[in-house]
Design a protein around this ligand. Structure first.
Ligand code: MN
Ligand code: MN
Length: 470
């Protein structure tokens, strides 16, 4: 071995997909992304994602866990949490006390929710007041076509699903922005105080109804149309979950179509990969394989449908009881501490337009495969569960043995910011976990961008984990 060969053997270089690209890989990645684009185009909210995922699960032979009284290896089951989270499992051959393999992602995404009393009239226009959800950059959500999605629950127990603005020919909605000619004063402000999010009002209508006895004719017209179409009154908004999201389908990006652009790729690029990896398993796995899709990650994983909820433990206990005839807290704890998880969430792709925020030597790059992230958090790893070196080595081995192109990467430079995922809450249960997902450009923007090969490698990574986690 000469020095050049020795140097190559000893040093570590992360491969770019272009160094291994052939027609077969390109075709596989592009075909995979057709299904992915379809999924994120159809599922714009966490509720829609759960409904679509349940439909796909049923088409692939999955049964509701609550409808099964006994389970055996090879059985495919799912459970839904409040319409906003879903867990799918394929029962493995091995004793469940040896632990399960989980790929966990989230289905919620940054957006604009309606306030409980949203509707008002001003300057002969009807408007809706919003409250943003998750970490948005406020200026990105103005002067943009938005679609209205969600559910309105009535006091009689019925509910109405709403989806307006996605089909060709349907109206869209928007929040108005200031013209540059009059933005002199605003332009002097910093980004964090230039936009007043309490004034983020959706433009809802402009036509009047009624005679001069009616003070707010445009509001009256909007209420009449809502009543006519959905049978709802203004009070019904107080028990509604209406989300305004970017209107339109996911698209290819770039002349050569190398990338996917669309809304809510954080984290559906990983949710879809986890789902598809589970569905595509050809054989009954050794360990029980679980795809866990949760809600509320973007606001701290709180609540009944977030990762901090006891939903997962409850379902795992139910599966165990139906497999081995019973379960108690000791059995459950034993399984949890023997289990392993890929926390399937996105990271930041190195953006050459903003080199100042990235540590180039520890960044993820678009096109270099699925991203392994040992720790997230801010400042001194605050809020991070910091995956163990042992588990990281195991995952690295599985990827290397299964032709998964992977890279490691941090979010950005030390002390420039930070972020978290569900990993810390999974780890708190006793489960070995590491963050592993796709690197995105423009994370949390209305139009996020992912490299198609990275999307495909994310899927391959999860599949290899489910099939080879020994
Ligand atoms: Mn995320
Ligand atoms: Mn996020």
């Amino acid at each position: 071995m000469n020095d050049k060969e020795l140097f190559e053997k000893l040093s570590y270089t992360v491969k770019h997909v272009n160094t291994v690209l052939d027609e077969a890989l390109k075709a596989a990645a592009f075909e995979y992304c057709e299904g992915y684009k379809d999924y994120i185009t159809k599922a714009k909210t966490e509720r829609e994602a759960v409904t679509l995922t349940e439909k796909i699960a049923q088409e692939n032979g999955f049964t509701a866990l609550c409808d099964m009284s006994v389970l055996k290896p090879g059985d495919k089951v799912y459970s839904i949490n409040g319409g906003k989270g879903i867990m799918l499992a394929i029962i493995g051959k091995e004793d469940i006390l040896e632990g399960v393999n989980i790929v966990g992602a989230h289905l919620d995404a940054p957006r604009l929710d309606l306030k409980p009393r949203p509707l008002f009239e001003d300057s002969d226009m009807a408007w809706l007041k919003t409250q943003y959800y998750g970490g948005i950059r406020k200026y990105q959500w103005l002067a943009l076509p938005l679609a209205m999605h969600g559910v309105i629950c009535k006091t009689d127990g019925t509910s109405v699903d709403i989806c307006i603005g996605e089909e060709a020919g349907e109206p869209v909605f928007t929040i108005t922005d200031l013209l540059p000619h009059l933005a002199q004063e605003q332009s002097q402000k910093t980004l964090s105080n230039a936009f007043n999010a309490d004034n983020f009002h959706i433009l809802m209508g402009g036509l009047p109804k009624g005679d001069d006895e009616i003070k707010e004719k445009v509001k009256f017209n909007v209420l009449s149309m809502l009543y006519e179409k959905y049978g709802i009154t203004e009070e019904d908004f107080t028990s509604a979950e209406i989300e305004f999201v970017p209107a339109g389908a996911a698209r290819d990006v770039g002349l050569d179509r190398a990338l996917v652009g669309g809304y809510a790729q954080d984290d559906r690029v990983c949710s879809y990969a986890a789902l598809k990896a589970l569905l595509d398993m050809q054989q009954v796995p050794e360990k029980t394989a679980i795809c866990l899709l949760v809600d509320k990650e973007e606001i701290g994983s709180m609540g009944r449908t977030g990762m901090k909820s006891r939903f997962f433990e409850l379902q795992l206990g139910d599966i165990t009881a139906k497999l081995i005839g019973g379960c108690n807290i000791d059995i459950l704890n034993k399984i949890l501490f023997a289990s392993e998880c890929l926390s399937a969430d996105v990271g930041a792709a190195y953006d050459p337009q903003y080199p100042e925020v990235f540590d180039r030597r520890n960044s993820a790059f678009a096109g270099k495969g699925v991203l392994l992230c040992k720790y997230t958090g801010g400042r001194g790893k605050s809020g991070s569960s910091d995956a163990s070196a042992e588990f990281t080595a195991k995952v690295r081995r599985i990827f290397n043995e299964n032709d998964v192109l992977w890279q490691n990467g941090e979010l950005g430079k030390v002390d420039v910011g930070g972020g978290g995922t569900i990993a810390q809450y999974v780890a708190n249960l006793g489960i070995n976990v590491i963050d592993c997902g796709t690197a995105l450009f423009c994370m949390h923007a209305p139009f996020e961008v992912a490299n198609k090969f990275d999307c495909y490698m994310t899927y391959k990574a999860y599949k290899a984990f489910f099939e080879n986690a020994k």
